[in-house]
Design a binder for this molecule. Structure first.
Ligand SMILES: Nc1ncnc2c1ncn2[C@@H]1O[C@H](COP(=O)(O)OP(=O)(O)OP(=O)(O)O)[C@@H](O)[C@H]1O
Ligand SMILES: [Mg+2]
Length: 256
């Protein structure tokens, strides 16, 4: 069987079953999906429809029961530095400071001390944590921890960003600011983003394409192309085109 594809990320007939006790549960049911280079795809759907499971498979942290997940034409076998992951639950090293956490990935990638410092500084500022660079995670709020995790993922500059409700724990203002920064980065540098969110507004604002998933079993339910222009401003959020797209996604999520 040929799995040749031009898509950056290719999900081919992926199913993932979990066995809990004697029950076999289908978290993902034959999901097929192509994500091109430099696409910004958002995934929305009800709790339990398999969004995190799909992202974990793309990250190489979980594996399909059947089917193939390919990145750059190669089956995903494990995590790699080209794929940056931001988890739904912030995952920081508790013994490292904010700066230490952000520098960690850079150290692993072999970036020298001075550049590490500078890059960490830049991304810590980007997420507004400069006053907490030397703080340990346990002294930070949930939103601050999440911003630290975001800075850490951005700092490594991966060509694929896999983001699982990264802005979910943030206040509305920080959230909007980080949405705009993420789009700026995406516009400035070639990058492929798969972004999970519960928020239909956020899904439409960020994406080129919204993929709506359904639960029981987890599957792709609908796809909505978002042809809104860039840069996406607050004006766009208020436009009738935005409202129409939001309604389409909303209908797909709530009337499945
Ligand atoms: N390790 C596991 N063992 C057993 N069942 C699992 C496991 N991981 C996920 N599941 C089940 O698979 C389904 C999909 O889970 P997943 O975390 O992917 O959903 P989700 O769409 O990310 O939900 P949410 O929006 O709440 O984060 C759920 O019903 C969950 O209970
Ligand atoms: Mg999830």
């Amino acid at each position: 069987m040929s799995t040749a594809t031009t898509a950056r990320i290719a999900v081919r007939d992926v199913s993932r079953h979990f066995t809990v006790g004697r029950e076999r549960f289908t978290a993902l049911d034959r999901v097929t999906l192509d994500i091109a280079d430099n696409e910004f795809v958002t995934l929305v759907g009800p709790s339990g429809c398999g969004k995190t499971t799909l992202l974990n498979i793309l990250a190489g942290l979980d594996h399909p029961t059947s089917g193939d997940a390919l990145v750059g034409g190669e089956p995903v076998r494990g995590p790699g530095p080209g794929r940056g992951v931001i988890f739904q639950q912030y995952a920081l090293f508790p013994w490292l400071t904010v700066r230490g956490n952000v520098e960690f990935g850079l150290r692993t990638a072999g970036v020298g001390r001075r550049e590490r410092r500078e890059r960490a500084e830049h991304f810590i500022r980007l997420v507004g944590l400069e006053q907490f660079a030397d703080a340990l995670p346990k002294t930070l709020s949930g939103g601050m921890k999440q911003r630290c995790a975001i800075a850490r993922a951005y700092a490594v500059n991966p060509s694929i960003l896999l983001m699982d409700e990264p802005f979910g724990a943030l206040d509305a203002l920080t959230r909007v600011r980080l949405q705009e920064q993420l789009l700026d980065t995406w516009n400035a540098e070639r990058r492929t983003v798969v972004f999970v969110t519960h928020d239909v507004d956020e899904a439409v604002f960020l994406a080129n394409r919204v993929i709506v998933m359904a639960a029981r079993p987890g599957r792709v339910f609908a796809t909505v192309d978002v042809d809104l222009p860039h840069p996406r401003t607050e004006q766009i959020r208020l436009s009738p085109e935005f409202a129409a797209l939001r309604n389409r996604v909303w209908q797909a999520v709530h009337h499945q």
